[in-house]
Design a binder for this molecule. Structure first.
Ligand code: CP
Ligand code: NVA
Length: 306
């Protein structure tokens, strides 16, 4: 067991603006020079309690590029899925591997895991946050706009994990952020308050509105996510009705800047939260955004494990 202080990546709230910018710079460098065996002999355990395409493949490939190894651990196959305590799992894995990435439901579970693990714990998505996604989003936006100050990102839809992390990311780097959502689907009030506090220092303007047109007005970036997240499948029908005015379509994007870019963390549901005309159209950067998960997570792995 190690006694060296470890660093987790549970939410961007724990990272300074300088650290976030450094991670993005490092991600650009890794994109240029992808094979860097700095994590030789190191292993990342990846626990998935929910489905994944991007997170799993980008972390697994990223570890290989850095000379290390990744273990895919479905919670169904782990004793965790049969009721072994999270704290015991954390202590056991700490004796075998060098870091744990976990995708789970309640954020309290990842906090519990991090508390009992002596090695870094990385958030691969919880119900509350998706910080790896927000790092990739920042890198994508920086490549497209070459700055954050004065850029307006509009997020349309559910005030969910992706929205929370993007809002914090924007507040940290000084990017304007407006979130348009139906009544009752607002982001967590305490996270909005934290973001607004951070924004006072960085000059970002953070707006939460129930008016989709106000949200996208003059936006440089339009972002959306699914209306029913993993774990909310039973609410699908009611959400289709509630979110209908928040669909990103040709009429709505006409209120953004003419040279706007469209982003989506994926997976997407065409003709629900976004029309095919937009996500498959010339303003869309969603596949570059998806690729950026690989580059930013390698930067993060290098920082936490290197
Ligand atoms: N955006 C994202 O996290 O994708 P996956 O669910 O495929 O990992
Ligand atoms: N909000 C979505 C993001 C998926 C990457 C979910 O939690 O299912």
């Amino acid at each position: 067991p190690t006694t060296v202080a470890k660093r987790d990546f549970l939410t961007l709230l724990d990272y300074s603006k300088e650290e976030i910018i450094q991670l993005i710079d490092e991600a650009f460098a890794l994109e240029e020079n992808p094979i860097q065996p700095v994590l030789k002999g190191k292993t990342l355990a990846m626990i998935f309690e929910k489905s994944s395409t991007r997170t799993r493949v980008s972390f697994e490939t990223g570890m290989l590029h850095l000379g290390g190894h990744a273990l895919f651990l479905s919670s169904q196959d782990l004793q965790l899925g049969r009721g072994e305590p999270v704290s015991d799992t954390a202590k056991v894995l700490s004796g075998y591997v060098d870091a744990i990435m976990i995708r789970t439901f309640g954020h309290d579970k990842i906090e519990e895991l991090a508390k009992h693990a002596s090695i870094p714990v990385i958030n691969g998505l919880t119900d509350l946050f998706h910080p790896c996604q927000a790092l990739a989003d920042l890198k994508t936006i920086y490549r497209l706009k070459e700055k954050f100050n004065g850029v307006k990102t509009a997020y349309l839809g559910d005030g969910n994990n992706v929205a929370h992390s993007l809002m914090i990311a924007a507040a940290k780097v000084g990017m304007d952020f407006s979130l348009g959502c139906p009544v009752g689907y607002e982001p967590d009030a305490s996270i909005v308050e934290e973001a607004k506090k951070l924004a006072e220092e960085t000059g970002a303007n953070i707006v939460i509105t129930n008016d989709p047109i106000e949200a996208v007005h003059n936006a440089d970036i339009i972002y959306t996510d699914v209306w029913a997240s993993m774990g909310q499948e039973s609410e699908q029908q009611q959400r289709l009705v509630a979110f209908k005015d928040f669909q990103v379509n040709d009429a709505l994007v006409s209120h953004a800047k003419a040279d706007y870019h469209f982003l989506h963390c994926l997976p997407a549901h065409r003709e629900e939260e976004v029309t095919a005309s937009i996500i498959d159209g010339e303003h869309s950067a969603v596949f570059e955004q998806a690729e950026n998960r690989l580059h930013v997570q390698k930067a993060l792995l290098k920082k936490l494990l290197g």
